[in-house]
Design a protein around this ligand. Sequence first.
Ligand code: PMP
Length: 404
Amino acid sequence: MRELLSQRARGVKRSEIRELLKLTEQPGIISFAGGLPDPETFPTQEFAQAAQQVIQQDYHKSLQYGATEGDKRFRQAVIDWLTQEGLPLRLDEIIATSAAQQGLDLICKVFLDPGDLVYCDLPTYLGAIQAFTAYQAEKIGIPMEEDGMNLEVLKSKLEEARRADKRPKLVYIVPNFQNPSGITLSEAKRKELVEIAQQYNLLIMEDDPYGWLRYEDRPIPSLKSLDKYGRVILLVSFSKLLCPGLRLGILAASPDVLSEIVKLKQPTDLCTPSFTQSLAYHYLRAHDFHERIEHLKRIYKEKRDAMLEALEEYMPRHPEIHWTRPQGGFFVWMTLPEYIDSTELLRRALSAQVAFVTGSAFFVDGSGKNTLRLSFAEQKPEVIREGMCRLGQTIEEAIATRVT
Ligand code: PMP
């Protein structure tokens, strides 16, 4: 069978981490590994009511095939919400997607040929790396600073590509509380990045599943709202704001980009499930979504605060140990002394009944062996404290024995 595989399938490797992640799900282990939202926040009662309407009154739409662009009622409800949030869009500027991951895949499908260059943060979201690999793009990692991607390095890499006659196409950005680092791209850099895209004829993929979950300070304008050239494609997901099981999001772009995306969405799935779009529409019509997001922010802020306090308390004092302090989202990113390999550390941590995700998987250049990601979203504050205590001890032992 192997000889029948496409070049594309051959290029994608199985993830070793997946195997380790299976171990993190064993009973008794406090896991900070998965980036999943807290299921206790899912709006079950509200969905139960909405589902009645969806099935009994709305079945001619909700159980039928729908337009590839998505259900107009759902899209209009999303536009109404985004307008309230300061991001006015028109109906012909958004389509429904089967959550952000499909949007990401479709953008790659429409714009990338094998060998095209894609620029992303070091580290960046694993699902994006997988999509770039599947479409056989060349992935160029750009180091991050406290305020996001180092744009000087980006520009020098773009110049390098120009000299080598290569094809830079796309910059991929998770602008708010990035997965995995928790870092937010500053407003000044957002503005500059849009100008760079214009100067070098690039598209920007703005993947923003966490932006609404901000626990302090003011929101920063999205790249999409700063873009006067039509170069930004924005992905919004309902996975963290409602629940991932809906598999629902929207993709916002200029109408000409959207028409290309719609063409290649048809062979993917014909349309995003009418059922979940209908459910979300009835939900959004009947409830104050802004209020729901405020509720989510209160819950996740408490968890974030619990993790940051416990890190202060339990992590060994060491000049090479540091972590990010995200203003929102789900993730804290930790850097350890160079000589600690976080894959080896994870084996030790699992014996101590605590788990995280090793950092190197998020680096397209194979670096980051001494880094790890902690998600605070799933666990209760008191469990987070206990988990951090176990992790602190594990790291202390690793330092004492200089695990390499
Ligand atoms: N982008 C980022 C940055 C993510 O963290 C995730 C999921 N954790 C996704 C996209 C995919 O999410 P979904 O397809 O559920 O919207």
